[in-house]
Design a binder for this molecule. Structure first.
Ligand code: GLA
Length: 405
């Protein structure tokens, strides 16, 4: 499949989160929504911080979703409400241009959660879409701050809804770009496009092999269940945010490394170039570069191994990816290392932190019948280190954004 093909229709059964969003919509407006749209969070199998370096990633959508119940208004205002905030936020559509873009280094002029859906409406209008005012009620079961892209899920649900209600006719890749623009320019987080693409393009049982330079995407069957395996998520509950601090610094180091190597982005540096890179740059920049270059190679290797030998054979690549993030890119935290080490010691075939780092979650590839033993081992290791208990659960690759009702 290429990313520009239309989405295959995905049959859905309304969920509890659909009902929460519809109930909130009814409380807000006194009527039924015109429709209900949803988009999932994601986990990344491998390929971290490679997206904004125009490299490769291999994420998959997870079965936790953000739902937007939406109705058209008879004026030109947009109102957003969510089950995770007390107050709704309402503005005139024309005033979105006064709110966004958010000046670099400042916080959005609206509460941060509202900057996601309002930013999507703004980005769609910037892209030429137009339509009537809307009320949007949002509910979600994607864990927040866990590195599972609760933000891309809000963007995907809002973008899908407005694309339909405003008859914008954008395809899924274009909607992913809209979501990323909202994230970068309305929320002010300098992220890449992996999360939005995963949320828009996810399919059951498949990971999305994405070339972040061309945005070509191919579905790669993960075959975890067929191999008798499961994917465990270990949410450390250490909250992270990508609008500040470390994420931005890592991006800057990557740009510096590319400049020193004389290439547009680190995508253009290969493993064979690393000895030359070591001579040209300071140790910290070199290690940042080495992570990106070797991680790109690991994504390519993982796709090949998955296709040739199946999920059982990718464990060592996951372990090497984590070591690279811990030692070279330095985006892990003790809780993530503890989760990974405990899972491996309890028999996981592979484990690595997933997402932007500095907190959030790790994943482990484990035997199906080891869910309890590995979960218990991770919980015990956290208790022994005096960390807050982690949230541990399994995920399977799931469907991307769609209209639910
Ligand atoms: C966050 C960002 C993504 C990506 C990952 C790291 O999830 O939103 O764009 O950079 O971190 O791989």
């Amino acid at each position: 499949m290429t990313a520009s093909e239309p989405a295959p229709p995905t049959p859905t059964t309304p969920t509890a989160t659909d009902a929460d969003a519809a109930t909130l919509f009814a409380e807000l407006t006194g009527r039924e929504p015109d429709g209900v749209w949803s988009a999932p969070g994601r986990a990344n199998l491998i390929g971290e911080h490679t997206d904004y370096n125009e490299g490769f990633v291999l994420p998959f959508a997870i079965p936790f979703r953000t739902v937007a119940a939406v109705g058209v208004r008879d004026d030109a205002r947009i109102r957003v409400a969510s089950t995770f905030a007390e107050d709704a936020v309402e503005v005139a559509l024309d005033d979105l241009d006064d709110l966004f873009p958010t000046p670099a280094g400042t916080s959005p002029r609206v509460p941060e959660w509202a900057a996601y859906p309002l930013g999507v409406a703004w980005a769609l209008r910037q892209a030429g879409a137009s339509g009537p005012g809307v009320d949007i009620a949002i509910a979600s079961d994607v864990p927040v701050g866990a590195g599972l892209s609760s933000s891309a899920a809000i963007e995907g649900a809002a973008a899908s809804a407005l694309n339909d209600l405003w008859s914008a006719g954008l395809d899924r890749v274009a909607l992913a770009r809209i979501g990323r623009r909202a994230e970068n320019e309305a929320v002010g987080a300098p992220t890449g496009i992996m999360d939005q693409m995963a949320s828009m393009l996810g399919e059951p049982d498949a990971a999305i092999f994405l070339d972040c330079r061309t945005l070509d995407a191919a579905l790669v069957p993960v075959g975890v269940a067929e191999a008798g395996l499961a994917i465990l998520v270990m949410d450390t509950r250490v909250k992270h945010a990508h609008s500040t601090g470390g994420y931005r610094e890592r991006r800057a180091s990557c740009e510096k490394g590319a400049e020193i190597m004389g290439v547009p982005s680190l995508r253009d540096v290969s493993v064979d170039d690393l000895p030359r890179a070591a001579e040209l740059m300071d140790d910290v920049t070199f290690r940042r570069v080495r992570h990106i270059v070797t991680e790109n190679q690991r994504v390519l290797d993982t796709v090949r191994v998955l296709r040739e030998d199946g999920a059982r054979a990718i464990g060592d690549l996951l372990v090497a990816s984590h070591a690279s993030m811990r030692d070279d890119f330095e985006i892990s935290v003790p809780e993530l290392d503890t989760a990974v080490d405990a899972a491996l010691a309890a028999g996981a075939l592979g484990a690595r932190m997933t997402g932007g780092g500095f907190g959030g979650a790790a994943i482990a590839l484990i035997e199906q019948d080891a869910v309890k033993s590995v979960s218990d081992a991770v919980a015990a290791a956290f208790a022994a280190s005096g960390f807050e208990a982690p949230a541990v659960f399994t995920v399977t690759p799931a469907a991307g954004a769609h209209r639910d009702v």
